[in-house]
Design a protein around this ligand. Structure first.
Ligand code: ACM
Length: 265
């Protein structure tokens, strides 16, 4: 069995230290195998200019990675959490995967939402599955959910569980992830934030309701809409490796790729 969970937070825009402390306080005495934090958990979400977003960007060897290493050592968990990644001349909306004292990698959000397209470059690296603590972890960020190809790709690459940092503002994702888990027989953890941001012309109300979904589409955990919240559940991760639905159906082997739309360009 593996203990997996999420931390649903209320980030204060631009105050990394307070946002680190909020999470650290919630993790006192917590032990786990995998913990997922929200998208951009240390910075907030609603930037008003590219310069502002750049001012919060970091490489994977600065404050945010130090913090993630600290909480990974404290809890024993692999941590997946969102940050603004500075890489050469680009910035990305990324999620860092950290295990103990090691930055495993950063996933760069492939499908950018709304004005993220003004601040960030879209992800330029393929989806990947990371095997850490005997868990095969597929990583995606928030709006990636609306493209079913995302979870399908991660599942075909062998993911047992989808780690999904989010800052959700539309009311559809929580339901959609039930289907994504069910159709791919993968666990998923959506770690969302709460609260609102009013910045520039934009007003966002974040929807909370972080959740953990089983390979059968069951809700193993559902956080409130408007409270800081942490939850951990025990799951048998290996169940995600069997795609057999019944004696006759296997969700991967039954795919009829010859009949699906192929883009030959
Ligand atoms: C989103 O992708 N943060 C809506």
């Amino acid at each position: 069995m593996k203990k997996v969970g999420y931390v649903q937070t209320a980030p204060i825009f631009g105050d990394k230290e307070k946002n680190f402390n909020q999470i650290e306080n919630l993790l006192v005495n917590v032990k786990a195998d995998l913990l997922v934090l929200p998208e951009l958990f240390a910075t907030g979400y609603t930037f008003i200019s590219k310069e502002e977003a750049i001012s919060f960007a970091e490489t994977s060897n600065e404050k945010t990675s130090q913090f993630l290493k600290k909480i990974s050592k404290m809890t024993g968990a692999v941590i997946v959490g969102g940050y603004i990644e500075q890489a050469e001349n680009e910035i990305y909306n990324s999620a860092m995967i950290v295990s103990n004292d090691r930055v495993v990698d950063s996933y760069r959000k492939i499908h950018l939402y709304y004005k993220e397209k003004l601040w960030f470059s879209s992800g330029d690296k393929p989806f990947k599955v990371y095997e850490v603590n005997d868990i095969k972890i597929g990583v995606m960020i928030c709006f990636d959910w609306i493209f079913p190809e995302t979870v399908r790709t991660l599942a075909l690459l062998g993911a047992d569980i989808i780690a999904h940092p989010a800052n959700l503002v539309l009311p559809y994702c929580q339901n959609a992830m039930i289907t994504r888990s069910l159709e791919n027989r993968v666990f998923s953890i959506t770690s969302n934030r709460i609260g609102e941001e009013n910045r520039g012309e934009d007003h966002f109300q974040f929807t909370g309701q972080s959740q953990i979904i089983s390979i059968h589409g069951e809700n193993l955990s559902l956080a409130p809409k408007d409270e800081i919240f942490i939850e951990l559940v025990d799951i048998d991760i290996k169940k995600a490796r069997d795609k057999k639905l019944n004696e006759y159906n296997n969700l991967f082997k039954d795919r009829r790729q010859d009949f699906y739309y192929q883009n030959d360009n």
